[in-house]
Design a protein around this ligand. Structure first.
Ligand code: MG
Length: 373
């Protein structure tokens, strides 16, 4: 296995020996640092509208996509008006909330909303264009508040249009829990953008292992920084987190207020806690070791003659042992190395090989006596 390395401004490719480049795998890391064997991420294209190719488009401005993706929270066709490339709730209770037909778990969500420019029509603090983005639906949901909050900022106090409001209920808050860090809302009549990253809590039966989190960019500005939810969204009271299904709908709240929505897409993202070989708190040493063994076996199978005494074979066997120091691999490595030391190559080759062997030495796989003198 030949690698082409480029280092800094030395752009000329150098044919390098296999593997053994960065620190070796360990109990938390299935891969070495700078590991070429590590799987590559899937390619995603982003279109001219900024929508990733792996996103589910929940509303593209057409009536067809509105009716295909949304329904009334009570069942049946969605009740909100859809025209002019947006759909809308209205003043006065009665339409009811709407939800997606599909259900989602951890996700990245993009959603845009706009309040009518005429703020006089909007009402008092919590009736000023109140809606909400409920992740996981209404019963178990976590709400990122939608509200007209441009005129609630302290900078507006005393000025025309100013209204006071409770802070943990303004736009960009995790409702009743955490206000946004700053208020980047634009004036009513302009489109507002939420980009939300949501991780649900992780349970072992009724035992909470990890609280979920909500991160919100509001018009591109970070306002919720990995906020760990304290409970399902409620009003006036606190209620603790409770287990719920791993998938739920995206719900938009009807609060009897006029709010327009457009350009909504969602990407489900893998739960970090389901990834047992992730190099993080979630890494399960047994799962990590299983993947290391699998990788070692694949790399060993690629070596045409493990008994060959050339530098490439020694380096390749060293990489195998860095994943799995199984006795048969260790012995094959030591045998090939001993044979290489008898018939070692030129100074440059020895220097290159020792550079690799030093990775094994500094990571404690072997002692310094493996280096070629
Ligand atoms: Mg709300």
């Amino acid at each position: 296995m030949k690698k082409h390395l480029t280092v800094g401004i030395l752009a000329a490719p150098v044919v390098a020996l296999a593997g053994l480049y960065g620190d070796t795998p360990d109990a938390k890391h299935a891969w070495a640092v700078h590991d070429w064997n590590r799987p590559k991420p899937a390619k995603v294209e982003v279109d001219a509208k900024g929508i990733p190719s792996d996103a589910v488009v929940l509303f593209d401005g057409t009536k067809e996509s509105f009716e295909r993706n949304w329904q009334s929270d009570k069942g049946g066709a969605p009740t909100w008006k859809c025209e002019d490339g947006m759909f809308s709730s209205k003043a006065g209770w009665g339409l009811g909330s709407i939800r997606t037909k599909a259900e989602f778990g951890d996700c990245q969500l993009h959603i845009e909303y706009m309040h009518p420019a005429d703020t006089k029509s909007l009402g008092g603090p919590q009736m000023r264009g109140n809606s909400g983005v409920f992740l996981m639906g209404r019963e178990y949901g976590y709400e990122v508040q939608v509200l007209e909050s441009y005129y609630t900022s302290r900078e507006m106090e005393g000025k025309d249009g100013y209204v006071d409001n409770y802070t943990d209920g303004q736009a960009g808050s995790v409702y009743a829990e955490n206000p946004p860090m700053v208020n980047p809302q634009r004036k009513p009549g302009e489109w507002q953008v939420y980009d939300i990253v949501f991780h649900q809590p992780v349970w072992d039966g009724d035992r909470l292992l990890h609280p979920g989190s909500i991160t919100v960019f509001f018009n591109g500005v970070l306002v919720q920084d990995h906020w760990e939810m304290e409970g399902q969204t409620t009003h006036c009271r606190r209620r603790p987190l409770k287990p719920h299904p791993k998938k739920g709908p995206l719900l938009l709240q009807d609060h009897g207020c006029p709010v327009n929505f457009r350009n909504i897409w969602i990407r489900e993202i893998p739960s970090r806690w389901d990834n047992k070989t992730h190099s993080a708190m979630s890494a399960d040493p047994e799962a990590v070791m299983a993947l290391r063994r699998e990788t070692a076996a694949k790399l060993f199978a690629k070596i045409a003659d493990p008994k060959a005494c050339d530098a490439g074979t020694v380096a390749a066997l060293g990489e195998v042992v860095s994943y799995d120091a199984d006795e048969k691999y260790r012995q094959a490595f030591l045998d090939a190395l001993a044979a290489y030391k008898e018939r070692k190559g030129g100074d440059r080759e020895v220097k290159d090989l020792n550079g690799k062997l030093e990775v094994l030495v500094r990571n404690g796989v072997f002692g310094a006596d493996i280096l070629v003198k």
